[in-house]
Design a protein around this ligand. Structure first.
Ligand SMILES: Nc1ncnc2c1ncn2[C@@H]1O[C@H](COP(=O)(O)OP(=O)(O)O)[C@@H](O)[C@H]1O
Ligand SMILES: [Mg+2]
Length: 369
């Protein structure tokens, strides 16, 4: 094992190892004032994907080198490969092994815009609340739920939307309450340890998103114009907003600037070519679908040690179609193993039938690349 590898793909969590990551190269240093590090632990979605973890590495050597290069160089990792090759799970594996906390996930669709990943501002909700507060103050309207709950502990400054607010109403309407950072916005908060951000299926996006994304990832920062605009008002320079993990975090001068650059995994099923500038500024990892040892490791991770031997026949029929260019997804194999355990433990014929049913090659609209 190369000693420079911080992430080793061995599965056992070792949160100390990230502390050995050297400083970034000069051109990838970011100057956000660090926030205290209390990142929520990996959640259920990570555990579901990784299973129990096998003692065998699921990534090959070249993948390990590229994943580590991205960590050292503070560059996003663009991961391409067929569905089922383990692209999305890679982000979870890194977060789990290096103790980097909950994976921030941004599933991209054709209408996704940069702004969705950065933050959302609920202007309408704010107006409605301001209206309610005014009515409450003049004794004409219902008391808003939040005021009843006595939630007056927030440190935000007041924003005088809608004129002179009575005490309390001002806090209820403070702008930070209506701004919520998205997965990308949260990943760029100045945490001491890098967060893990999964920008999943970037190839589904509109043509502009990759370039827009590139600019933000290059600078490691973004602005929130709604906060910039009020930053010179008294008590408004630092506003607490909600992040993707539901925490209240301070934003000063309407700017979010990272400290440790996040570990960013952008995945693509290869349905599109990305612009050259994006490729230049990322590291590109092409994942092959898991076979042989990697497949055995994966099956063990989900069904326990020795499961690959026990279900040797299913693994065999899973890889059989490879030569004929048939495409089967890893999840089909996992489903088949799971089901045959119950439905046909002893009955080999029935077992074969179930396996055939669940592991039918996806139709040839998905030619092998
Ligand atoms: N490192 C891993 N450890 C355990 N299971 C994995 C690992 N990588 C992939 N898998 C499993 O393989 C399947 C396909 O992986 P996924 O990441 O969804 O592929 P892709 O995003 O390329 O379509 C998932 O069911 C996942 O649980
Ligand atoms: Mg995926």
């Amino acid at each position: 094992m190369d000693s420079w590898l911080i992430y080793r793909g061995q599965g056992e969590p070792d949160p100390e190892r990230i502390g050995r990551l050297p400083d970034p190269p000069r051109w990838r240093r970011f100057s956000g004032d660090p926030l205290p590090d209390a990142v929520p632990p990996v959640d259920h979605s990570t555990e579901r994907r990784l299973g129990e973890r096998a003692p065998l590495p699921i990534q090959d050597d070249e993948s390990l080198q590229l994943i580590n290069a991205a960590l050292y160089l503070r560059r996003p990792l663009l991961v391409t490969g067929e569905p089922g090759s383990g692209k999305s799970t890679l982000a979870h594996a890194v977060a789990h092994e290096l103790g980097l906390g909950r994976v921030l996930q941004w599933p991209v669709v054709s209408r996704s815009e940069l702004r969705d990943g950065l933050y959302a501002y609920d202007a309408i909700g704010r107006l409605q609340d301001a209206q309610l507060s005014r009515e409450r103050a003049s004794g004409t309207g219902p008391v808003p739920d939040r005021a009843r709950a006595g939630d007056r502990t927030r440190p935000d400054g007041a924003d005088p939307v809608g004129g002179a607010d009575p005490a309390g109403a001002a806090e209820d309407n403070a702008i930070g309450r209506y701004i919520r950072l998205g997965p990308l916005g949260t990943a760029l908060l100045p945490s001491v340890r890098p967060r893990v951000l999964l920008i999943d299926e970037l190839d589904k996006s509109d043509i502009d998103l990759p370039n827009d994304l590139l600019n933000v990832l290059e600078e490691g920062e973004f602005r929130i114009p709604e906060l910039e605009r009020i930053a010179d008002r008294e008590g408004q320079r630092t506003v607490h907003v909600l992040d993707e993990d539901g925490r209240r975090v301070p934003v000063t001068d309407g700017r979010v600037r990272c400290h440790a650059f996040p570990f960013v995994v952008m995945t693509s099923n290869g349905e599109r070519d990305f612009p050259a500038p994006l490729l230049r500024r990322c590291l590109h990892l092409k994942l092959e679908p898991p076979r042989n040892e990697r497949l055995a490791a994966l099956v063990q991770a989900h069904f326990g040690p020795g499961a690959d031997e026990l279900h040797h026949d299913l693994l065999q029929s899973f890889v059989e179609g490879d030569d004929g260019g048939e495409l089967r997804l890893t999840d089909q194999l996992l489903n088949a193993i799971f089901l045959t355990q119950f439905a046909a433990r002893e009955d080999r014929v029935r077992r074969g039938e179930i396996a055939d049913l669940l592991m039918r090659p996806l139709d040839q609209q998905h030619p092998r690349r």
